[in-house]
Design a binder for this molecule. Sequence first.
Ligand code: COA
Length: 399
Amino acid sequence: MKIGMDKIGFFTPPTYVDMVELAKVRDVDPNKYLIGIGQEKMSIASNNYDAVAMAANAAQAILTEEDKEQIDMILFATESGVDQSKSGATWVHDLVGIQPFVRSVELKQACYSATAGLQLAMGHIALHPESKVLLLASDIAKYGLNTGGEPTQGAGAVAILLSAEPRILEIEKESATYTEDIDDFWRPNYSELAFVDGKYSNEAYLNTLKASWGRYKDQQHANLSDFEALVFHVPYTKMGRKALQALEDEMTEEVTERFNTYYESAIRYNKTVGNIYTGSLYLSLLSLLEQADELPSDARIGLFSYGSGAVGEFFIGKVQAGYKDYLQTTAHEAQLNNRHKLSIEEYEDLLTHPVEVDEAGNASFTASEVISKEDFIFMAVREHRRQYGKMNEYAGQGE
Ligand code: COA
């Protein structure tokens, strides 16, 4: 039985920062951001778009009424969780209207946890072939103003519907996973912003890639030429280039050229969205599937997932014949092209004004002017309870 991705949805907030403008204000050569880091734009979430709202929007774009009846597991991968106890999956379950007999849970291991979710879903569907699993990967990457990580921020969510007989990508059951306790990137409970040892995190990423791929290669007697393309976790698009370079001595010239060509398609979305942590690998996969010419059916794509701390996994997706018919390419391109550019002052104002809850447990904030009335948004906090809904429900909730 084939198990894998039947649908893939994507959402990013409707506001972004232009990297050239940011570079100028930070007195940095724009080519450092454009070429050295490899980012052109970076999505910025206003207070209305937290990890839950973004995930609900990514999910609503792909689910039919029939899917909502068949989903029996919701896995919410994030490192931007909004509650220490309750999972983001429970809110999304309610917002998009999924039937009640569902297992809902949140998963955490930095940028890796969506891949853990994918593997849990695979096992679940193998036991219950009629099931559908909704996998959500939603994050806001926030390092703060004037930090080394500032040009590698971003915000967005990917929603994947997993099932038997998938129409987009079959996931093979063999994979190689690697864990090592290190401090390359972390966010203690008391901090809004992530701590990062940037150079060390790059090194750790590449070491984990070599360890995971090495293990897969030895166990499966595999060779990089077995794959049509490679897709990586992309915290910023230069990182994937470093990953390709790190494997280059195992590739022929022809394979190097093929992987590099596909890589350009695989980073088109990431270049203009920025880092979305758990969703970054899957955004890059989506970008490859939507932006490259149709891949041959049964082509095998090697995927590398990395989450600081650190866990990595190398696994394989097999392209299904006619997959392009099940993607939402036009809608995704429109979403990215129709965003509103923030001035650097507006961006700095957003980053320095998080939602503040008063002593009674209430918070109100003004809705951003560019919210679509179709979007789920975070509207207010009432007696410590977060309120979500659409714009037409905003009256009486916000200011
Ligand atoms: N034109 C072209 N390239 C330029 C340039 C210019 N004018 N100026 C600098 N560069 C290049 C550098 O040569 C370097 O390239 P390299 O990585 O291939 O060596 C790159 O731009 C980055 O410059 P660097 O001085 O190393 O940047 P930095 O000290 O600001 O740190 C990160 C970059 C990515 C480490 C930092 O943004 C960060 O900590 N990000 C968050 C952590 C992260 O995403 N880690 C990834 C693993 S999970």
